[in-house]
Design a protein around this ligand. Structure first.
Ligand code: F6R
Length: 234
């Protein structure tokens, strides 16, 4: 795992955006895997600031809540529209449909779409405090593909800041599976802030364990960990 350390959030975000822009420069019709959450917001801002050309790229988001409409202000579709898609031209954007009548069929469809686009060239990930990647919570089999998950209470609480109350936070989501994520050709794991200190240091200890989903990334040949604002072991 390659490790790049940044200090300030601006610098962290700029480095992340550069990795993304290098990818589309090399291959304009890249397939990009995207994440929501606080961490990548600055990276999206930088992409907008530099008018990154994603006009031929195809994007696949990691996950989406189940049970709220795609135009709900807290849906991941709304997040992406607000933070990126409304501001620059992107070839095609895919996010799981959390309102699909048949959720299992939706998961299968999502997998097939990724395959049809030749797999993901560059996948951006954030790190959950409990080591989750996408919404793959501790204990998720490493062999999982896109699936419906029950969100851990800790994750719902962490995300409650975006809703009026904890009760409003959806209980389920669709997420790319761990095996789906691991098939990406290059993965960038973005970790920013002191609150991620314990999680990132556990990751850096190197033990691969289903109880800490991100640890599987040690088995991937091309992962870049970009950390910032956090004291790390190495
Ligand atoms: C978001 C996602 C999550 C987040 C993780 C970190 O699409 O899949 O795994 O990346 O929860 O979230 P932040 O960046 O808000 O700390």
């Amino acid at each position: 795992m390659k490790h790049i350390k940044a200090n300030r959030y601006e610098n962290f975000s700029q480095t992340a955006a550069e990795l993304m822009m290098n990818q589309v420069e090399k291959k304009p019709n890249s397939t990009l895997g995207l994440a929501t959450g606080s961490t990548p917001k600055g990276m999206y801002k930088e992409l907008i600031k530099h008018s990154a050309d994603l006009s031929q790229a195809v994007t696949f988001n990691l996950d989406e809540y189940v049970g709220i409409s795609s135009d709900h202000p807290q849906s991941y579709r709304s997040f992406m529209e607000e933070n990126l898609f409304q501001h620059i031209r992107v070839g095609q954007t895919y996010i799981p449909d959390g309102e699909a009548a048949d959720l299992a069929a939706e998961c299968e469809r999502y997998e097939q779409l990724i395959q049809q686009h030749g797999g993901i060239d560059l996948q951006v990930l954030g790190l959950g405090h409990n080591g989750h990647i996408g919404f793959n919570e501790p204990g998720t089999p490493f062999s999982s593909r896109t699936h419906v998950v029950d969100l851990a209470e800790t994750t719902r609480k962490a995300n409650a800041r975006f809703f009026n109350s904890l009760d409003e936070v959806p209980k389920k989501a669709i997420t790319m599976g761990i095996e789906t994520i691991m098939e990406a050709k290059h993965i960038i794991l973005l970790v920013y802030g002191e609150d991620k200190q314990e999680a990132v240091n556990r990751l850096l200890q190197g033990e691969v364990d289903e109880q800490f989903p991100a640890s599987i990334l040690h088995d991937h040949p091309n992962v870049t960990l970009l950390s910032g604002g956090v004291k790390v072991l190495n």
